[in-house]
Design a protein around this ligand. Structure first.
Ligand SMILES: O=C(O)C1=C[C@@H](OP(=O)(O)O)[C@@H](O)[C@H](O)C1
Ligand SMILES: C=C(OP(=O)(O)O)C(=O)O
Length: 430
């Protein structure tokens, strides 16, 4: 149950970055030596990655919820698992593992929950098959469960039709064990954590003048410690809440501000929110800062193009902010939302309408007309999608009565403790 709040004040932190946590475990496993991970996100998705890597023969000591030691086995040290690998709800686990396993000399079957079994895997299995991977699965390898009989891979120069870090990463990771150098180019830049972290592990990743990201074959990953910054995608819910609650003044410490991820800061600022970066620094090849956000009058904006991959996971909560901005907000070029944990164009629109918001579904996005006073009493369906659960909780903070969120547990996928954090703000503000 979410109660309305007056404003958010004070200081907080958010859990570790999900994308970086997954990669730290996977790359640590493939490295020579021990990788110590601090600031790890103990969310369900990253724990699925830990479980899969353990089944592949990697020893991972969990010293605390956020601190792990990964005992690397090297690029050729993984073992055939005794059972099916289960990626749970995690697209990142599924697609990056496919890239890693395509060139391993054994058989695996990989599956996930009902959402994962609906999400498109052909975008990864097709380029991997071009490299020589032997993959089968439902609908001819387009849907999980998928099985891979690892094989010798040849190099690929791949022009991805989608701006997807998961596709890019899968090809680059397969490229590590291919014969010859592989390269990937994407239509718009997606998050580059794989490139940055491979470099930190000693792999000579480069970007060519014509935009291909390349990895040399036969590279050795050398273990290195990874301190995971806070996840800007999780911070986004707090930034959005503070932006729409006038009088808010909130500092979120230690948040990753990799430029491929900061689209939400650009969009909120363009809407009129005041966001300052403090203590900017670099940690493990990733830029980090403290974010200070203050609530202000907001106006509608139009977004699309290359901004979209830079805020793709933040669009549901951006739509909530748009209900509190004067005028029309239009989000275009965001078809990718349809293939996330839920169809986020449809689910965001359906749930926001329960608050009385004025939302139109577009083929490639959403049109929201504000400013609307949101109604209390909504009973929110989350479709087992963590981002929908949290975005609608933010809407609940500005509604004029209590909001019920069904299937609250889904928030544990990326932001364990979100409910307690919101409740702690409520106490400060009433
Ligand atoms: O590589 C990653 O860590 C991710 C990439 C994005 O997905 P796509 O690659 O499908 O765009 C994003 O939505 C997801 O939350 C995490
Ligand atoms: C889309 C997401 O993650 P994944 O693709 O890893 O399931 C997300 O966290 O919003």
């Amino acid at each position: 149950m979410i109660q309305p709040a007056r404003h958010l004040t004070g200081e907080t932190t958010v859990p570790g970055d999900k994308s970086i946590s997954h990669r730290a475990v996977m790359f640590g496993a493939l490295a020579e030596g021990q990788t110590r991970i601090t600031g790890f996100l103990p969310g369900a998705d990253c724990l699925s990655t830990v479980q899969c890597m353990r089944q592949l023969g990697v020893t991972i000591d969990q010293l605390s919820p956020t601190e792990l030691i990964v005992h690397g086995v090297g690029l050729h040290g993984l073992k055939e698992p005794e059972d099916v690998l289960d990626a749970g709800n995690s697209g990142t686990t599924t697609r990056l593992l496919l890239g890693i396993l395509a060139g391993q000399p054994f058989h695996i079957t990989l599956t996930g929950d009902a959402s994962i079994r609906r999400r498109p895997m052909g975008r990864v299995t097709e380029p991997l098959r071009e490299m020589g991977a032997v993959i089968d699965g439902r609908e001819n390898g387009r849907l999980a469960p998928l099985s891979i009989r690892g094989s010798r891979l040849s190099a690929l120069r791949y022009d991805s039709p989608v701006a997807s870090a998961q596709v890019k990463s899968a090809v680059l990771l397969a490229g590590l064990s291919a014969e010859g150098g592989s390269a990937v180019r994407e239509p718009k830049p997606s998050r580059d954590h794989t490139e940055r972290m491979l470099l930190a592990f000693g792999v000579d990743v480069r970007t060519t003048d014509d935009g291909y990201i390349t990895v040399p074959p036969g590279s050795t990953l050398r273990a290195t410690d990874v301190d995971v910054p806070g996840d800007i995608s999780s911070a986004a819910f707090l930034l959005a809440a503070a932006a729409i609650l006038p009088g808010s003044d909130l500092i979120i410490r230690n948040v990753g501000i990799n430029p491929t991820r900061t689209g939400i800061l650009d969009a909120l600022r363009e809407m009129g929110a005041e966001i300052d970066l403090q203590n900017e620094r670099t940690s493990g090849g990733e830029p980090v800062a403290d974010l200070r956000v203050r609530g202000r009058e907001l106006r509608g904006i139009t977004i699309g193009g290359s901004l979209i991959p830079r805020l793709i996971d933040e669009i549901p909560v951006l739509a909530v902010v748009a209900t509190q901005a004067a005028g029309v907000t239009e989000i275009r070029d965001a078809e990718e939302l349809k293939v996330k944990e839920s169809n986020r164009i449809a689910t965001t629109a359906a749930e926001l309408r329960k608050f009385g918001a004025v939302v139109e579904e577009l083929l490639d996005g959403l049109r929201i007309t504000g400013r609307t006073r949101l109604r209390g009493g909504a009973e929110i369906e989350t479709y087992h999608d963590h981002r929908i659960a949290m975005a609608m909780s933010v809407a609940g903070l500005v509604a004029d009565g209590a909001t019920t969120i069904c299937d609250w547990e889904s928030v544990d996928v990326s932001f364990p403790g979100f409910g307690d954090l919101l409740a702690s703000f409520d106490k400060q503000t009433t």
